[in-house]
Design a protein around this ligand. Sequence first.
Ligand code: HEC
Length: 103
Amino acid sequence: MKTILPVLCLALLVFSVATASASDDTGQSVYTKNCSACHDSGVMGAPKVGDKAVWAPLAAEGVDVLTHNAIQGEGKMPPKGGNMKLSDDEVKAAVKYMVDKSK
Ligand code: HEC
């Protein structure tokens, strides 16, 4: 009976690490395929990923607000970056990736 607890803890730890890196991968691949064309270089005034000064006020709005704006489209940015096949969760993963890369 005593061995069950540590094994359970280890299993939970492995599971949470695995899920965390899965969502990072999703964010990165969604970003690379759908968002980097504008957001790598700042085309048309897109907030450039990695530019801390530009992203600080955006990050302050929170990932949920940014995701909502990215889904709806904002200014010159098309809804979902122009790929309507993306799910809301995929857009959110990409937004998280962008915010994390711009801290
Ligand atoms: C066609 C170019 C283009 C593509 C592709 C694109 N964006 Fe954008 N994005 C923009 C531009 C331009 C802005 C600035 C909009 C403004 O404020 O006028 C912007 C702004 C944003 C913002 C800030 C919104 C805010 O609240 O001010 C987020 C978040 C964002 N984009 C996420 C994404 C994500 C996620 C993707 C991929 C799914 C993506 N963008 C793809 C051009 C693009």
